[in-house]
Ligand binder design. Structure first.
Ligand SMILES: [Mg+2]
Length: 255
């Protein structure tokens, strides 16, 4: 992986500001610091105002596993795109597929609620997908084992995306973040796209097949097995990155 905040990478990043570029961001662990309780995750005021400023200069998308309703509580301006539930919400998905996803999720929840888990395991219902959290489980190894066993018993079979102390369950046949990203590029008529995320769910986007050099993929934190091409060291660098992007676009507008 290549450090994004290095001289050569920044030259490439600046070239993105010469054309219409979509800047897409994951939420948790990227725009917002990871916290013990997911409900307490927010962007800092600085991050939010920088992101809002960027959205006046170029199309901005937030792509998250959270539901749109949940995201709206955490984002106090209107970015061009808000995509929730790993791509299922916010891209004009038809009602029939959403209704179907909802039915599958409630079926799963009914079954999961009858099962026994380590204390601290939480089932988060996100209408069109589920998140099974074990961050607060006393015995994480046991919790993981129990969760994986019960997930295997679900019908229809769930699409499982592993996250940080969480298993995300998506109804079969639904969009994932990678497909959502391709939709967004098309919808925003972007020539280039930039995506930054920190988690396994983002690998769907990092490994998307797209013309080389047109999609810049960035991971928060270096990881050998990641498909992202670039990285920043930690979430705290997001403000620096946003300032750089704003600077490039302002320079282009003035030049
Ligand atoms: Mg994340």
């Amino acid at each position: 992986m290549i450090p994004l905040l290095s001289k050569n990478s920044l030259v490439l990043l600046e070239s993105f500001s010469f054309t219409r570029t979509l800047y897409a961001f994951d939420f948790d662990g990227t725009l917002a610091k990871i916290v013990t309780k997911p409900e307490n995750a927010f962007m800092t005021k600085t991050t939010e105002s920088l992101l809002e400023e960027l959205s006046t200069l170029a199309p901005v998308a937030i792509v998250s596993g959270r539901s749109i309703n949940d995201l709206k509580k955490r984002v106090h301006f209107n970015p061009q795109f808000l995509v929730g539930n790993h791509g299922l919400e916010g891209l004009g998905n038809n009602n029939a597929s959403l209704t179907k996803a909802q039915a599958v999720c409630s079926q799963w929840v009914q079954k999961l609620k009858k099962m026994k888990f380590e204390s601290g395991v939480e089932i988060e219902e996100k209408t069109y997908s589920l998140a099974l959290h074990y961050r607060q489980a006393r015995n994480k190894t046991n919790a993981k084992k129990q969760l994986l066993q019960s997930i295997a018993e679900l019908t229809p079979e769930a699409r499982v995306i592993t996250g940080k102390s969480v298993y995300n369950l998506l109804p079969p046949g639904t969009l994932h973040k990678g497909a959502a990203m391709l939709h967004l590029i098309e919808k925003s008529s972007a020539k280039h796209a930039f995506y930054i995320g920190d988690d396994d769910t983002d690998e769907d986007i990092f490994s998307v097949e797209y013309s080389a050099g047109q999609l810049m993929t960035v991971r928060v934190g270096q990881k050998k097995t990641s498909h992202a091409k670039f990285y920043i060291d930690r979430q705290a660098e997001i403000n620096r990155l946003l300032k750089i992007l704003i600077g490039f676009h302002k320079k282009k507008a003035n030049g």
